[in-house]
Design a protein around this ligand. Structure first.
Ligand code: IPM
Ligand code: MG
Length: 370
C-alpha cells in the first residue's frame, strides 16, 4: 500500500490534546491496514516560538510543502500576547497558509440530528442545517500592503491596513465555490461590502461575470456582510454555499459554527492550486482556537479535530469510504449521548477528551465489523 505523508502540527494549549485523539484514529486505520500513514510531527505557533524563537520554522514549511497533507491543531494564547507582533503564534498559521498557497478555506457548518438542541437557536431553525462557507484565505486585509502603525504629529499614532482583491484572486476562489455548489444545492451567496468598499464592487462584478460565463446553472445571490450575519441567525437554512473574503469569512464562520451548537464540532479544509505533479497543497484544522481556559483538563471536544482528519481523507487522500466511516462513528457516539461538556445536555456525565476519542474508536470497530 502506498503510504501517505502527513505532517502533524498540534500547536498550543488544547491543540495537542485534541490532536492525540485524531492520532488514535489514524493509528486505528493503520493497524487495520486500511490506510498507511507516514507521520512527521512539528512545532508551530507559541510552542515553536518557545523553542526556536519563531512561530514557524523553514523546516516546518519545507515539510509541509513535501507532505500529502497537513493536519493542524490550534495555536495562540495569552502567554504570547507580549511577543513582538510579527512573531506571534497567529503569524505562524498565517505564514504557513501563505507559504503553501492555501487560498481556499472550506468551512462546513452542519447540524448533527443528535445535537439539534445544543444550538442556541430554536431547533426548527437549524434542524438539518448544512452550509459550506468558502473563505478566501491568503488575500484581502489580512495580507494587504501597506500596513502598520505609524507616528503622526504630537506623539499621536495611526494604525492602518489595506483591503485589496485582484480579479485573479476573486476568480480563483469563486470557482471553488461554484464547483462545490454544483455538487450540493447549486446555490451560491456571495458576501461583500460593496456599498462601502471598492474592493467589494470588484468582488461582486467578477463573481457575477464568472457565473454568467461558466456557471449559468448555479443560482447566484449577492449579500452585504451585515445583512448576511443577520440572515444567518434569522433563517440559516436559506444558504447553501457562502462565498466570501478573508476577514468576513473569519467572522461569519465563527457565527455559523455556533449555529451548530459548539465550535468544538467543526472542521475545515484549506486548499491551494494543483501543481504540475497533480498534487493539491492542503491543510486541515478545526475552526476552534487553542482555548487556553480549558487546556490541560481533558475536557476539550476532539470531534472538530477528528472531523478535520475525515475531511483530509476525503479531499486529499481519496479515501471517501474511510472518511464516511469517521462521520458515521461520530454520529453514533452523539446519538448515544456520549458528550463532552461543550455539547452536554444533562444525560449521565460528560466525557473527557480522551474518552471521546476512545468512544469514536469503539464505534469505528463496530461499524467496520458490520
Ligand atoms: C481562523 C483563526 C485565524 C484567522 C487566526 C488564529 C489567525 O481565527 O482560522 O479563523 O483569523 O484566520
Ligand atoms: Mg477565526
Amino acid at each position: 500500500m502506498i503510504s501517505k505523508n502527513i505532517l502533524v502540527l498540534p500547536g498550543d494549549f488544547v491543540g495537542p490534546e485534541v490532536m492525540s485523539e485524531a492520532l488514535k484514529v489514524m493509528d486505528w486505520f493503520s493497524s487495520r491496514g486500511l490506510i498507511h500513514f507516514e507521520i512527521e510531527k512539528g512545532l508551530v505557533g507559541g510552542s515553536s516560538y518557545d523553542k526556536f524563537g519563531t512561530p514557524l520554522t523553514e523546516e516546518v514549511i519545507n515539510l509541509a510543502n513535501k507532505s500529502d497533507a497537513v493536519l493542524f491543531g490550534s495555536i495562540g494564547g495569552p502567554k504570547w500576547h507580549d511577543v513582538n507582533y510579527d512573531l506571534r503564534p497567529e503569524k505562524g498559521l498565517l505564514n504557513l497558509r501563505q507559504s503553501m498557497g492555501l487560498f481556499a478555506n472550506l468551512r462546513p457548518a452542519i447540524v448533527f440530528d443528535a445535537l439539534v438542541d445544543a444550538s442556541s437557536l430554536k431547533p426548527d431553525l437549524v434542524h438539518g442545517l448544512d452550509i459550506m462557507i468558502v473563505r478566501e484565505l491568503i488575500g484581502g486585509i489580512y495580507f494587504g500592503e501597506p500596513r502598520g502603525i505609524k507616528k503622526i504629529k504630537d506623539n499621536k499614532r495611526v494604525g492602518f491596513n489595506t483591503q485589496s482583491y485582484s480579479t485573479e484572486e476573486i476568480v480563483r476562489i469563486a470557482r471553488v465555490a461554484y464547483d462545490l455548489a454544483a455538487k450540493r444545492g447549486n446555490k451560491v451567496c456571495s458576501v461583500d461590502k460593496a456599498n462601502v468598499m471598492e474592493s467589494g464592487v470588484l468582488w461582486r462584478e467578477e463573481v457575477s461575470k464568472l457565473r454568467d460565463e461558466y456557471y449559468s446553472n448555479i443560482e447566484l445571490e449577492h449579500m452585504f456582510v451585515d445583512n448576511c450575519s443577520m440572515q444567518l441567525v434569522k433563517s440559516p437554512k436559506q444558504f447553501d454555499v457562502i462565498l466570501t473574503d478573508n476577514l468576513f469569512g473569519d467572522i461569519l464562520s465563527d457565527l455559523a459554527a455556533m449555529l451548530t451548537g459548539s465550535l468544538g464540532m467543526l472542521p475545515s479544509a484549506s486548499l491551494g492550486s494543483k501543481s504540475q505533479d497533480g498534487k493539491i497543497p492542503s491543510l486541515y484544522e478545526p475552526v476552534h482556537g487553542s482555548a487556553p481556559d480549558i487546556a490541560g483538563k481533558n475536557i476539550a471536544n476532539p470531534i472538530a479535530q477528528i472531523l478535520s482528519l475525515a475531511m483530509m481523507l476525503k479531499y486529499s487522500l481519496n479515501h471517501d469510504k474511510e472518511a464516511d466511516l469517521i462521520d458515521d462513528a461520530v454520529q453514533l457516539v452523539l446519538s448515544e449521548n456520549i458528550r463532552t461538556i461543550d455539547i452536554f445536555e444533562g444525560v449521565g456525565n460528560p466525557v473527557g477528551t480522551s474518552e471521546m476519542g476512545d468512544a469514536i474508536i469503539s464505534k469505528l470497530e463496530i461499524i467496520a465489523a458490520n
